[in-house]
Design a protein. Structure first.
Length: 628
């Protein structure tokens, strides 16, 4: 009953938050999707972290540690540099652009007859294809969590459940192999009931309150998720025998060599170092949201000031990379002890998916009533915060770019009613959700799905960053990157086996095509660049369009330097915390303390960027004081 009361209390709070924000959200798209641009920086940053703290990501981390050890978690951590670049380099520019979506940015950044076509293409690609793909990954995790904690076949009346089971069996709907040994039809029926209730809950507050309702619940969701996960980590460590016993238990179960492979944070002997460094470099910079495109940019655009937008990116980076990662890795390593596996099992098909599920099984086996309720609320919060964000983000494309700009203004030549646009946005949430559910039933393990998404995303990230940093990038540059990515990805996934080679081919082909076509096509019109420059005050190489090209270049190098120092502090704190929480036998704890000391020692080099209203040189300070 305690667990149920906690879950119901959270549900009531979230629905109430959406209901309280409904009047303001109904006034127009800016109020609905950007909360009237009134969000405080720390709230926006925690909202970003809550969204990234999805129900699928702790499961994914658990699977990665089992298949490659802590070393593979750099696949997550490398994004820290990109997140800090978002906060220090791109967030303020997103806010000053005064757009609702990155697709809309197309029409203020480029010129030419194909601008509207590109805006439409990006709205469809990001708002539907990419959005539904990632939302489906989250729903896969929701089904696995629900199978353990929501056994509808034992709760519902036998007659009612039999009717539902018969309907699912007749349709032939399937959600894959059960993780608890249930009949596939029972698994599908339970999964549909669970997903149905969860998405109805999310729709009740996300569609009524817009981004205000989303952010209001995200802050509480992140708190619940962290409290529940910390409690889970403590129980895992107690069951193992203490932090100091983790390494010893791994040695007993897997041998010293395998223990070293599990706990290594740097390349161990025999590992292919260069390919992995290639993967980290390309994944960290050439990802589908390398400049924040999507819901991260949406939070920056919703901030009340440039300083708040910058603060949001920094808070998000530290909460995301350091805060949650230290807790997850303790759980992931502890589960290797509590749920051991054999080399034969590791070589079998479906191993990654099976290890992902141990995160859920540990909650069921270890957590007592009360704590289990907190963890269930945390998982529900993690799921809800991601689902509501993807729905809100996708609906922004459908209502702002497709319905408003394309259908109403371009085709029908009329001004849409603001309240009608909000109604379209609310309806879009339901349509996007149905599409994501369709994609979900065709996906495999979260880990394999994530790897495929990285290949597709790597083809677009380079040009997304360059459009902010280089005035010569044109509409044709983006089109080339998108087309090459969509055409080349299926061939690369089929013909190239090594992941590092896949990413190298994709980045080389798409970015090369984008830069190559830039030099053989007409540049963006001077008037468009000047209007864009006055509005956004861009940083980087802007000989045309920027109010002060020299100041723009200086500002870019300054922010890049600050991001680099802050990244060094972040990674040193991460390494130090990891070595203290998961110590390697016969290794001095001073390694961990030394890394933490170095992280603190670097802080004066970047701390000003965290709290100062402006931190550029005098020339940029003068520009930064302009009213938006």
């Amino acid at each position: 009953m305690i667990d149920l009361a906690l879950v119901l209390g959270f549900v009531a709070y979230a629905i109430g938050a959406g209901w309280r924000a409904r009047r303001q959200a109904s006034q127009g798209l800016t109020d609905y999707f950007l909360a009237g641009r009134t969000v405080k920086g720390w709230r926006a940053g925690l909202s970003m972290a809550a969204t990234q703290y999805a129900a699928d990501t702790p499961l994914l981390a658990t699977g990665l540690v089992a298949t490659g050890g802590l070393f593979v978690l750099w696949r997550f951590w490398i994004y820290g540099f990109g997140y800090l670049l978002l906060g220090l380099l791109f967030a303020e520019q997103w806010r000053r652009a005064r757009v609702l979506t990155d697709a809309e940015l197309t029409e203020i950044r480029y010129s030419g007859r194909g601008v509207l076509a590109l805006r439409t293409l990006k709205a469809v690609y990001y708002g539907t294809v990419v959005n539904c793909f990632f939302l489906a990954m989250v729903l896969i995790a929701a089904v696995r969590i629900a199978e353990v904690f929501l056994p509808w076949h034992t709760w519902l009346p036998e007659g009612l459940y039999a009717t539902l089971l018969s309907g699912v069996s007749t349709v032939g709907f399937s959600l894959g192999v059960s993780i608890t040994g249930l009949d596939p039809a029972v698994t599908a029926t339970n999964g549909l009931l669970s997903i149905g209730l969860i998405v109805v809950f999310v729709l009740l507050y996300a569609t009524t309150g817009g981004l205000r309702g989303v952010v209001a619940t995200d802050v509480l969701q992140f708190a619940f998720a962290m409290v529940g996960t910390v409690a889970y980590a403590v129980l895992v460590v107690q069951e193992v025998g203490g932090l100091g016993q983790i390494g010893e238990r791994l040695t007993e179960l897997y041998g010293a060599a395998q223990r070293e492979a599990f706990l290594a944070l740097l390349p161990a002997e025999g590992r292919a170092v260069l390919p992995f460094l290639v993967i980290l470099g390309l994944q960290g910079l050439f990802w589908v949201s390398s400049d924040g495109t999507g819901y991260l940019a949406q939070r920056a655009m919703a901030c009340r000031s440039d300083h708040d937008a910058r603060l949001a990116g920094i808070v998000f980076s530290w909460a995301q990379i350091l805060g949650r990662s230290l807790v997850w890795l303790v759980i992931s390593v502890g589960l290797l002890v509590l749920y051991p596996f054999t080399p034969a099992a590791a070589a079998a098909d479906g191993f990654a998916a099976a290890r992902e599920v141990t995160f859920v099984l540990g909650i069921q086996d270890l957590m007592p009533p009360g704590l289990k309720g907190i963890m269930l609320v945390g998982l529900l919060a993690a799921l809800a915060s991601t689902v509501d964000t993807h729905l809100n983000w996708g609906a922004a494309y459908w209502s702002n770019d497709l319905y408003d700009r394309l259908y109403c203004r371009a085709l029908r030549k009329q001004e849409p009613d603001p309240r009608t646009l909000v109604r379209v946005a609310r309806l879009s949430n339901s349509v996007i959700l149905l599409l994501a559910l369709t994609v979900m039933v065709n996906l495999g393990s979260i880990q394999n799905t994530w790897f495929v998404s990285l290949v597709f995303g790597a083809g677009i990230g380079g040009v997304l960053m360059l459009r902010w940093l280089w005035s010569r990038i044109t509409i044709f540059s983006e089109v080339a990157a998108i087309v090459v990515s969509l055409v080349a990805a299926p061939f690369i996934l089929t013909l190239v086996e090594a992941e590092w080679a896949r990413l190298t081919w994709m980045v080389g082909l798409s970015t090369g095509a984008a830069i190559g076509i830039t030099f053989v096509t007409r540049p963006t019109e001077a008037g468009v660049l000047q209007a864009y420059g006055a509005r956004v005050r861009p940083l980087g190489w802007w000989p045309r369009g920027a109010p002060s090209p020299a100041a723009s270049l200086r500002g870019f190098w300054l922010r890049l330097r600050l991001a680099s120092w802050m990244t060094a502090s972040l990674f040193l704190a991460l390494i130090g915390g990891t070595r203290l929480l998961v110590p390697v036998p016969d290794t001095s704890p001073w390694v961990g303390w030394g890394c933490l000391a170095l992280a603190a020692g670097l802080a004066p080099l970047w701390w000003k960027a965290f709290h100062a209203r402006t931190f550029e040189g005098p020339a940029l300070n003068q520009e930064a004081r302009r009213p938006d």
